[in-house]
Design a protein around this ligand. Sequence first.
Ligand code: FBP
Length: 516
Amino acid sequence: MLEALQGGDFFSRSRSLFKPKIPPLLKDLSQLESINSDPTDCVGYEEDIRNLFPKTFGQPKVYFARGASRPIKPLKVGVVLSGGQAPGGHNVIAGLFDALRELSFKSELMGFLGGASGVINHLTMKITEECLIPYRNTGGFDLLGSGRAKIETEKQLECSLKVCNSHGLDGLVIIGGDDSNTNAAVLAEFFLNHNCKTKVVGVPKTIDGDLKNEWIETSFGFDTACKIYSEMIGNICRDALSAKKYTHFIKLMGRSASHVALECALQTHPNLTLLGEEVAYHRKSLKEVVQEISEVIIDRAEVGKNYGVIVIPEGLIEFLPEGSITGEMLSDLSIEQDPHGNLPVSQIPTETFLINLVKKNLKARGFQGQFSPVAHFLGYEGRCGYPSYFDATYSYLLGRSAALLIHQGLTGYMSVASHLTQSVENWEVSGLPITSLLTMEERKGKIKPVIKKALVDLKGKPFQFFASHRQQWEIEDHYRYPGPIQFEGAKEVVEEITYTLRLEHSKNKALATPLN
Ligand code: FBP
């Protein structure tokens, strides 16, 4: 077994050997049984969702409790990594693999290659202990690869059914974001309609942090990605403060919602952070956004500061009023929506576009000071980092509970965990019916069932905290330098969670207050 680690360096070997903590209840899986709570509803368009999902609509949320030990038959399960990479994906697979083996050492796990298209086109690999070793606690999705295909057409659904039947799969685990989990719900319903025994279970993944609600506290990957970006932003802040000559425009990944930008702002205190949701709320035009940035530059120049750091969420352009960007911005970019109807905002150079407009605006205002902008895009470098303690543990647990849901014969469920601001011993896992998260929305010109993306709540604690401090951060250089993710050392540093999670869920006042 150790041979599989020989190629890696000391750090990656030590990461592979890290054993995520498991809450006491989940240590012995053989004696766990699911307990039903109340039946669920959906987020909107109840009649439509009920009609589209007659077999899975209204299922109860389930918890696990210790019950009597009973014989367990080996399970055969398939797993898919879907959509954008997020740190922790390999650990979901490790958690799933370990749990299946603990339930029965004859259980088998197979991976579908390249995302959902691997299910449609029958591209598989057998996952063994040996092949998993170098991937435990690592970032990336490279064990299986990922993709953005959607199992949508009748033909694709039929192919998936055929593939799962041909392997006699007891379960299919789809590790993905809102769109992939919607796809899991569609597949679960389709399989039930065709008397297929494969149970479909989703796992909440995305660095964007927009797959959350009252039951899902956060998606895995958000914690690590924000920490990586914050380390880099902190370094840029310190460079700005040292050289005192550049204004850094940093575009941050995170698609539509601005959770990543908000979290990084709480961690690093840039001079200005734009949030798409706020721009939309105040119906700000592009011109007003450009003016806002210019004013911060002018105000800082007046106190002798010809430098600064400005954070821009990549989704900003989706929130600007229609007409604000077309022509000027998208003219020479051939931008197409992905199969789920999302605009590839990571491909749009919003940061350089804003720099050019700010330059023009400053000139028009007769600005005499120095303005030397530097453009950055922090995106792909945050999606495959080694998962933080939080993400490594959380994703492992989600994989473990996905195995339990399949073992209990549940389909159309998402594996979720709660009490995440507390120590791991107190974390609880449960199964959430995916239909309870659905509503109808227009995608690519058609009304479709979707999981509603969670946008930044302007009444929520993370935004409120940011709003009450940002003025101070604008002129004073109140930067924070979080530094790199720590994997060993003081517990409070290693196990630190995002401010967003703390502010939204912690009942402990001290924890719920971001540091200076
Ligand atoms: P998911 O929603 O699939 O998790 O992906 C999120 C994301 O990382 C966005 O933040 C980003 O805009 C997008 O993926 C980039 O997509 P791609 O990897 O196709 O360039």
